[in-house]
Design a binder for this molecule. Structure first.
Ligand SMILES: [Zn+2]
Length: 55
């Protein structure tokens, strides 16, 4: 599974909305709640505690 395929199955843990990669390639963005999740060592960290932003 490559990174693009992984992104397609990822969803925001807060609002269950599909997420996407930001322009820098360093964050996973959720347009629905405005949170962003870090990518560490190429692995998206989809944890609410690690997210920045949001309501
Ligand atoms: Zn969200």
């Amino acid at each position: 599974m490559d990174f693009e395929e992984l992104l397609e199955i990822l969803a925001c843990p807060v609002c269950k909305t599909p997420v996407h990669l930001d322009d820098s390639g360093k964050w996973i963005l959720c347009d629905s709640c405005g949170r962003r999740y870090p990518i560490r060592d190429g692995i998206p960290v989809m944890l609410v505690e690690e997210a920045e932003g949001g309501e």
